[in-house]
Unconditional design. Structure first.
Length: 82
């Protein structure tokens, strides 16, 4: 299924439901294919993944400097004001 970004803005719930059922949805802008919407868990090689094991959240896993997020953000901001 190929849709434009304008169509996606108009009826996002219906399109996301289509993707969740297994339909590959290709999103275009001005006729150019730019993105593909697929189900979170694909039927091929379904893995029992929890959200905590998501790769994007595991990038900094185990780094001691980020144990306290508030302290880490404050230290970054201090560097800018010096």
């Amino acid at each position: 299924m190929e849709i434009s970004a304008k169509e996606l803005r108009g009826k996002p719930t219906k399109i996301i439901e289509q993707a969740a059922r297994g339909t590959d949805v290709v999103i275009t802008i001005r006729g150019k294919r730019l993105a593909r919407l697929i189900p979170y868990l694909s039927k091929i090689g379904q893995e029992d993944r929890s959200d905590s094991e998501d790769l994007i959240f595991g990038l900094w896993k185990g780094r001691g400097e980020t144990d306290s997020v508030d302290a880490y953000v404050r230290s970054i901001r201090k560097r800018r004001t010096i």
